[in-house]
Design a protein. Structure first.
Length: 355
């Protein structure tokens, strides 16, 4: 099972949802960088369950314990390992899934890939719980990037078709991160929350889009063709559970624009060469152009829903029905915002270290 990512800054995730614990090893970090562990924990709290009224009732505090790679508050440059205990597992909720795979989840594909040897409890290694250690790694990278003048911030762009205010594509305010619903427009946030609650009451779920802006990333990093910035960021983002689409800048809307509308025009300013617009989302030819990197990431509606669904029974080998119990998020998007920020921060630091 490959859960490793990165060329220079290599992140390796381990653990299962209902195992003893989960964690991460980060290799290739620069040495001697001070890390604020309380700030890391604060970033992780944004992902942890229980922040929104409707989120999964699994009560995990997600306290990360650093086992190695940190000495006197600074990175040593050797592998940084952090572990998080699983404390609130209820594996019995998942007993039925051993014979009735959840539509839209990885129960059936996990079985096909690992011949039944994988841990199915709570989704095992496929569970979004594995995003807690990724969020830890992201928080480390975010601090290193911040010291270099780079800010990576996200917001909910859309839930159930309800859009947040469009941002200027240049930066996002820090205050968004502190909100229960990380949005620019609180009015739209209320409507999104209502749509999530309505889906929950209907024993269903909804999806949405997270938008992330990385401001201050220097021009001239990345490379053309296959290992370009877009493919690197997309490759880590497609590693996040429930991600079904990634777009940069104007994204799919470029297909509708004319060249004269879509081109970002370079101009000389006091700050040097700047582009007057940022439709390309900070990347041209696979290389950063110094404009903010703008990424959007589409999350599907949570597959585990209480509504009765068609599935199969692997014991009887007959078609069957499934009504899920368990503790699930009716929408993963609000908790996904710090995860997307984290994944992008890891990718950007990796690109910078690579030079
Ligand atoms: C923050 C977050 C929370 C999630 N919570 C749930 C959940 O409660 N129930 C569920 O079925 N899927 C949840 N997912 C999605 C599944 O983990 C994911 O759909 C599953 O692993 C299959 O992978 P795929 O959707 O990428 O194909 C969550 C995803 C994220 C990002």
């Amino acid at each position: 099972m490959s859960s490793m990512w990165g060329n220079k800054v290599k992140v390796s995730l381990f653990g299962e949802s209902h195992g003893k614990g989960i964690g991460v090893v980060i290799d290739g970090l620069p040495a001697g960088i001070p890390l604020d562990l309380e700030k890391i924990q604060e970033h992780m709290r944004r992902r942890a369950p229980g922040r929104q009224a409707w989120s999964t009732k699994r009560d995990e505090k997600d306290i990360a314990s650093v086992l190695s790679g940190l000495y006197q508050g600074k990175t040593t440059g050797t592998p940084l390992c952090a572990e998080i205990q699983n404390t609130d597992t209820r594996s019995l909720d998942y007993a039925e899934l051993a014979e009735k795979p959840r539509p839209g989840h990885a129960d059936l594909t996990g079985l096909a890939r690992y011949n039944g040897a994988n841990d199915p409890r709570g989704g095992g290694h496929f569970s979004a719980r594995i995003m807690a250690p990724l969020t830890f790694a992201g928080a480390v990278c975010l601090q290193i990037l911040e010291a270099r003048g780079i800010e990576v911030r996200g917001h909910i762009f859309e839930i159930a078709g309800i859009q947040d205010t469009l941002c200027d594509g240049m930066s996002l305010p820090e205050s968004v991160a502190e909100k229960e619903m990380p949005v620019l427009s609180d009015e739209q946030g209320v409507l999104m929350a209502a749509a999530i609650e309505a889906a929950r009451m209907d024993m269903d779920s909804v999806g949405g889009i997270v938008e992330c802006i990385a401001a201050g990333f220097p021009a001239g990093l990345g490379r053309p063709i296959f290992d370009n910035i877009e493919s690197r960021i997309a490759s880590i983002l497609f590693g996040l559970p429930a991600v079904k689409g990634v777009e940069f800048g104007r994204g799919f809307a470029v297909a509708l624009a004319k060249g004269s509308e879509n081109n970002d025009h370079p101009q000389i300013s006091e700050k040097g060469i700047r582009l007057t617009t940022n439709h390309g989302g900070g990347i041209e030819g696979g290389i950063s152009n110094g404009m903010p990197i703008v990424v959007r990431c589409a999350f599907k509606p949570t597959s585990s829903i209480a509504k009765e669904q068609d599935t199969i029974n692997l014991t009887t080998m007959q078609n069957d029905k499934l009504s899920l119990k368990g503790r699930h998020d009716p929408c993963v998007v609000p908790r996904a915002v710090p995860i997307v920020e984290s994944a992008i921060a890891i990718a950007l630091l990796d690109l910078m270290e690579e030079g």
